[in-house]
Design a protein around this ligand. Structure first.
Ligand SMILES: [Zn+2]
Length: 292
């Protein structure tokens, strides 16, 4: 074999090795590469509710309204509290659980805080725009909104596996607004008791997604993105500590301060066992360095 031929042969072996490695890696990583979010790239357009497929932009909140024996003077609390939607709808005397849809205004209640009607017009500041890769979700924040509640886009509820690790990754750009992304983790609590006001709250039209369990938030991960003036990718990995494992999660894309911003290519995926181990090891090492 001449020098040239041997050289060629060596290259072939090397190429073959590289290809085999790529195939092995792809096979090993494939199950956890899957995006748990529906339409994370916003390519699928709008759903019947005029919201991006897989996402909620028509949001609302509740406000706890105490009942008085003398309502005109707000005196004599009866101990009964009514939970009212931002649109005025009375959910009854049991707090509606997160992610229910108001039967009156048809907006989703993320249930993170008692925001009342602050987000009732949230969807008016959100639209599909040209993104990093075809469509993206754009946000336009007028001064009054940017300086107060900001704008949110919330993913549909995603099932999680207790104890597993996840990665959240987004592309983002901003001309003004400060951007943050949250992953909220919830445990599913036992089936609800048949209290009259609660069964009212959980009529099928209030629960179009069939979340039959009460959700309690136990976990939150955030990426503080800031104000990237060009498209940039941001990601975080997380493994909930023991006692903070969750059954379901949703992603919030958030913007505050006036101006325009956009998010694209949002991926929430489960870590492979190797990635999970590596993350835990890295966290442990970081903690030990801090304690030294
Ligand atoms: Zn409502």
């Amino acid at each position: 074999m001449g020098v040239k031929a041997r050289h060629k042969q060596r290259w072939r072996t090397r190429e073959l090795l590289a290809l085999t490695l790529v195939l092995i890696m792809a096979a090993g990583a494939a199950p956890s590469r899957k995006n748990l979010l529906t339409n994370g790239g916003f390519e699928k357009g709008l759903s019947k509710t005029d919201e991006p497929v897989g996402w909620h932009t028509k949001l609302t909140g509740v406000i706890a309204t105490p009942q008085y024996t003398d309502p005109a003077n707000k005196k004599g609390r009866t101990g009964i509290v009514h939970f009212r939607c931002g649109c005025g709808h009375d959910w009854g005397t049991v707090r509606p659980r997160p992610m229910l849809v108001c039967p009156q205004c048809k907006h989703t209640n993320p249930g993170l805080e008692d925001s009342g009607d602050l987000y009732q017009r949230n969807h008016e500041y959100v639209r599909l725009v040209r993104g990093r890769h075809r469509k993206a979700i754009g946000m336009t924040l007028p001064k009054a909104v940017g300086r107060a509640q900001g704008v949110r886009v919330i993913s549909k509820l995603v099932t999680a596996k207790r104890g597993e690790g996840y990665e959240i990754r987004v592309d983002a750009i901003s001309a003004g607004p400060h951007l943050r992304v949250f992953v909220e983790g919830f445990i599913r609590q036992a089936q609800e008791h048949e209290q009259p006001s609660l069964s009212e709250a959980t009529k099928p039209e209030a629960d179009p997604h069939g979340h039959t369990h009460r959700l309690k938030r136990v976990f939150r991960k955030q990426i503080n993105i800031g104000t990237p003036s060009t498209w940039q990718t941001f990601s975080q990995r997380f493994v909930p500590r023991e006692g903070y494992a969750f059954d379901a999660m949703f992603v919030t894309l958030y913007a505050y301060h006036p101006g325009e911003a956009a998010y694209d290519n949002v991926v929430l995926r489960q870590l492979s066992p190797v990635e999970r181990q590596a993350h835990l090891k890295q966290k442990k090492a970081a903690k030990e360095t801090r304690l030294r």
